[in-house]
Structure formats: C-alpha cells, structure tokens
Write a protein that binds this ligand. Structure first.
Ligand SMILES: *[C@@H]1O[C@H](CO)[C@@H](O)[C@H](O)[C@H]1NC(C)=O
Ligand SMILES: *[C@@H]1O[C@H](CO)[C@@H](O)[C@H](O)[C@H]1NC(C)=O
Ligand SMILES: *[C@@H]1O[C@H](CO)[C@@H](O)[C@H](O)[C@H]1NC(C)=O
Ligand SMILES: *[C@@H]1O[C@H](CO)[C@@H](O)[C@H](O)[C@H]1NC(C)=O
Ligand SMILES: *[C@@H]1O[C@H](CO)[C@@H](O)[C@H](O)[C@H]1NC(C)=O
Ligand SMILES: *[C@@H]1O[C@H](CO)[C@@H](O)[C@H](O)[C@H]1NC(C)=O
Ligand SMILES: *[C@@H]1O[C@H](CO)[C@@H](O)[C@H](O)[C@H]1NC(C)=O
Ligand SMILES: *[C@@H]1O[C@H](CO)[C@@H](O)[C@H](O)[C@H]1NC(C)=O
Length: 448
C-alpha cells in the first residue's frame, strides 16, 4: 500500500491543476505537501546577516535532488538573516521561508557568475554582452514552489542600482528570481524587497502561478521591475501588491531579430486583483520587447496609483511580432500621469542588424470599465504609419483630469471605437464599427 502511494507520488507533480480551464487563474491549483523536509541549518548555514551561505544553499539543493523521484522535498529556511550569492533550485522542490526568514542578496561580486544572454534578446538588457546569474534560479525544471509564511527575499539592490547609474556595470544586472524553460511553478506568500533588476522573471515557461506576493523597491531605484512575464504561457498573477521604480507588471517576448528568430510568445495570461504603483514606468506594460508576440491576455480588478503611466503598449519598427487580443477591465486609477499609452516609437535596438521592415502588429485591444481620478493625460496613441494600431475598443471609461486646459487625448495612426468614454476621445477612436468583436455589455462577454 505504502509502496503504491510512493509510486504514485513519484509519477505526479506536487504542483498540478485539477480540471481544464481556459483561464489560468480559474484553474484550480493543487499543492500536495512534500514527503521530505530539511532545514538550511543542517547544511551549516548561519543566519546572522554576515556569514556567506551560498555553499549551504547550493549543497542543500544538490542533496535534495536525490528526492526528485521520491515525491520531492522541502528546503526550510527558519527565522534569521541568510546572506547568499546566486544559487539554483531543482525539480520537485519547495523552498519555504518561515516567518521572519530573510534571504539577503550578497554584494560580493565573486559570488555572481555570468551567463550567456537570453537567446531571444541576443545581449544583456542593461549593457551588451553577458549577464549575471539571478539570485535564485530555476533552469529546465518542473514542479517547483517558492513560498512561505511571509518570508522575505531582499535583493539589497543598491549596489547594482549605483553601478547602472554610474556606468560601472560590466554585465547586465541579476534578477531576484528567474525561472527559465520550466513548467508548473508557484511563487506565493512572500515579500520581495529591493530587486537588483526584475523581481520575478519567468522566461520560456508554462503553467506559472504567482499569488499573494508583495514587492517593494524604492522610488529612486533605476529600472526595477516587479513581475516580468517573458515568452511564457498559461500564467496567473493574482492577489499581489507591487511598488517599484519602473514597471510593476511587464509582458515581453524577445528583442528584434533575436526575438523574431526565437519566436516564442507570451500568451494565455490572467492578471487579477493586483494593486500597483510604478514611480517612473507603467503599472501594466506590454513590450517594448515583444518580437515573439503577446496575445490573449486578461487584466482585471486592478488598482493603480501614483504612477507615471497606467496601461501601456510599447513597440517600434524592427520588432516584428504582435500585441493582440488583450482585455483590461475593472481598473481604478488614481494620480496617474498618462492613463493609457500605446506607442510605435519606443526604445532602442539590440544592435544594428535589426530589420527595419519588421513591422509589429497591434490589434484587438479592449479597455473597459475603467475609472480614474487626478489623471494628467487620458490617452496617447501613436501608431506606426505603415502598420497602424487597429481595433482599439474603449468602453465605460470615466477619467477626471487634473488639468482642464490640456488636451486629454493624442492620436495618430490608430483606429478604434468608443462608447461611454469621458473625456471625449479623439476622432480616430470613435469609428463606429472597428471593434472586431463589437462592443460588449459591461461584465458579460460577447458570444463569439
Ligand atoms: C546552476 O545551473 C546552471 C545551469 O543553468 C549551471 O551551469 C551551474 O553550474 C549551476 N550552478 C550550481 C552551483 O550548481
Ligand atoms: C498571504 O500570505 C501570508 C503570509 O505571507 C498569509 O498570512 C496569508 O494568509 C496569505 N493570504 C492568502 C489569501 O493566501
Ligand atoms: C510581511 O513581512 C513584511 C516585512 O518583511 C512586513 O512589512 C509585512 O507587514 C508582513 N505582512 C504580513 C501579512 O505579515
Ligand atoms: C559606482 O557604484 C559602485 C557601487 O556603489 C561603486 O562600487 C563604484 O565605485 C562606483 N563607481 C564610480 C565610478 O563612481
Ligand atoms: C499561502 O498561505 C495561505 C494562508 O496561510 C495558504 O492557504 C496557502 O496554501 C499558501 N500557499 C502556498 C502555496 O503555500
Ligand atoms: C512562429 O511560430 C508560430 C507558431 O507558434 C508559427 O505559426 C509562425 O509561422 C512562426 N513564425 C516564424 C517567423 O517562424
Ligand atoms: C479579441 O480579443 C479577445 C480577448 O482575448 C478575444 O476573446 C477575441 O476572440 C478576439 N477577437 C478576435 C476577432 O480575434
Ligand atoms: C467596474 O469596475 C469596478 C471596479 O473594479 C467594479 O466594482 C464594478 O463592479 C465593475 N462594473 C461592472 C459593471 O462590471
């Protein structure tokens, strides 16, 4: 009997979904307990905030690899301040940070190996060439959980922010948590602080759930992002609060010719019940690296405050790819510079080999039931003349502006329709029948 149970455990993931659902946040996520658990202290770790524990984490994970075919295992981190450099996770592992446990990113550069740039980017995002390995890494894994009883991961990013700002950064910054080419991943019940660059970065992943996470970076931290979903599908992000220097949640899929060749989109994503604040970026950003495409994204029940921009689509010539089939509904904004932005003139290229004729497509974007107070600019839509943005559908939008005298909307090379939108949008967004699926009644989706 016991043998049969163990065999069953060996054949299944602790992380799996019950039933089929087209909405990744509706799929019921089942999390079975791991049959084995060890504490990081058993590997000689010292939680005084001073001793380097990189080897302890690496050795613990190496030891726990042997439980992969026995239902997996848990690595427990008790209360304490656990300083460490970069380390890897393994399949069928739960990293559990107990109450009062804080993992601290080390400032000792000798603990940070460099790795090749992501194939879909061709170079590092900060500087050309290689990049530092992230603090916590998963590569080609399956069934991995990082969770806890409100444990904390503090990237202590100030050193990296200074290096980026003063031009001494040799390789692109590490992220706090990165999963590459992995499936069935959960990150939950944690506090993340001071990311060096991104806080959570799933890239080339499927079936990723991020919930009940708090992420905080200070206002002056340059280009710190919350969750960056990159060439990944079937992702749910919910019940989380994010305050960062740049984008709170970004969806990406590769950069120009590298992303076009790699050709992996970010699709089938749901973002639900999140509270966002982005000092100098966007609360929800699509792109600008989107060369593998971004499609079928649902954003709902979002609060956005004190942010430079609310919902933003970014692309440029040379990107190729697409941003399409996006719905954002039930959003409340307060103190936002620009509520909506869609630009076809964003940012730089990885190198000079990009194809000027690789035109991105932006279409079928629905913004519905959105209210805002103290908004600077309602919308700025500047498409690409050779590839205008189409089927931009606005409905039930009510924004109260901070300056009565400024033009609330700017539009060029964009086509869409609107109903019940205040302030009155530009002519380009009031064409009567340009929505592919037609206007919907609030709350109900059209049957098509
Ligand atoms: C971490 O994983 C990478 C593969 O992604 C490997 O090259 C590296 O050696 C691993 N590091 C350790 C300490 O196991
Ligand atoms: C969120 O996580 C905290 C611990 O970080 C826990 O106390 C709380 O119950 C969780 N809430 C939900 C809804 O899971
Ligand atoms: C979680 O921990 C952070 C500090 O790491 C604290 O500020 C926050 O209040 C805690 N949240 C909960 C729900 O315990
Ligand atoms: C840049 O910042 C880093 C990290 O704080 C520091 O070690 C370095 O000396 C600074 N370099 C310059 C040129 O200011
Ligand atoms: C998060 O915390 C809540 C409340 O304690 C718990 O029900 C849930 O199972 C936790 N999630 C994970 C993945 O541990
Ligand atoms: C990219 O992949 C899609 C299928 O995922 C395929 O239809 C398309 O032709 C591919 N594009 C290129 C340029 O290879
Ligand atoms: C437009 O996007 C929505 C949301 O993803 C999708 O349900 C709908 O089918 C799309 N319409 C067309 C014509 O593709
Ligand atoms: C519109 O959004 C608000 C805020 O999320 C929500 O309370 C309300 O129920 C939504 N209205 C409809 C008709 O869906």
């Amino acid at each position: 009997m016991l043998g049969a149970i163990l065999l069953l455990l060996a054949l299944t993931n602790a992380v799996h979904t019950k039933g089929k659902s087209s909405d990744p946040c509706d799929a019921e996520l089942v999390l079975d307990p791991r049959p084995h658990s060890v504490s990081i202290t058993e590997f000689g770790a010292v939680g005084d905030g001073k001793v380097d524990n990189t080897l302890a984490f690496q050795n613990a994970v190496f030891y726990l690899k042997s439980f992969a075919d026995k239902g997996g295992a848990q690595l427990y981190v008790p209360a304490g301040r656990w300083l460490t450099g970069s380390f890897n996770l393994t399949s069928h592992l739960t990293l559990f940070l107990g109450k009062g446990a804080v993992i601290l990113g080390s400032h000792d550069l000798t603990l940070w190996e460099t790795v090749d740039p992501l194939p879909s980017y061709g170079r590092g995002i900060d500087v050309p060439g290689r990049r530092y390995r992230s603090l916590i890494n998963g590569y080609m894994l399956r069934d991995v959980v990082i969770t806890g009883d409100n444990g904390t991961i503090d990237g202590q990013g100030s050193m990296w922010w200074d290096q980026l700002t003063n031009g001494s950064l040799k390789y692109s910054r590490p992220h706090l948590i990165e999963f590459m080419s992995s499936n069935y991943v959960i990150v939950s019940n944690l506090t993340l602080l001071n990311p060096s660059a991104y806080s959570i970065h799933p890239v080339y992943c499927s079936d990723v759930h991020v919930h009940n996470i708090s992420i905080t970076a200070p206002e002056e931290s340059p280009h710190t992002d919350g969750i960056v979903l990159d060439s990944s599908d079937n992702v749910c992000v919910k019940d989380s609060a994010i305050v960062v220097g740049y984008d709170s949640i970004a969806l990406k899929s590769g950069w120009d010719e590298y992303g076009i060749t790699f050709n992996r989109s970010t699709s089938d994503v749901c973002i639900r019940r999140v509270d966002l604040m982005s000092y100098s970026g966007s609360a929800i950003a699509f792109g600008s690296e989107m060369s593998g495409g971004i499609s079928n994204i649902r954003v709902e029940q979002v609060n956005i405050h004190a942010s430079s921009r609310g919902i933003e689509l970014r692309t440029t010539r040379g990107r190729g790819g697409f941003i399409k089939d996006i719905i954002a509904t039930d959003v409340v904004m307060e103190d936002v510079g620009t509520a909506f932005s869609a630009t076809g003139q964003w940012g730089s290229h990885p190198d000079d080999d990009f194809d000027w004729n690789a035109l991105p497509i932006v279409e079928n974007i629905t913004l519905r039931n959105i209210s805002g107070t103290n908004i600077g600019t309602a919308g700025k839509f500047t498409g690409i003349p050779e590839s205008p943005f189409t089927s931009i559908c606005l409905s039930c939008i009510q924004l109260s502006m901070s300056y009565a005298y400024s033009a609330p909307w700017t539009c060029s090379d964009v086509l869409g329709s609107s109903s019940l939108v205040f302030p009155e949008p530009c002519l380009e967004l009031t064409s009567p029948s340009s929505c592919i699926s037609g206007p919907r009644s609030a709350g109900k989706s059209a049957a098509s």
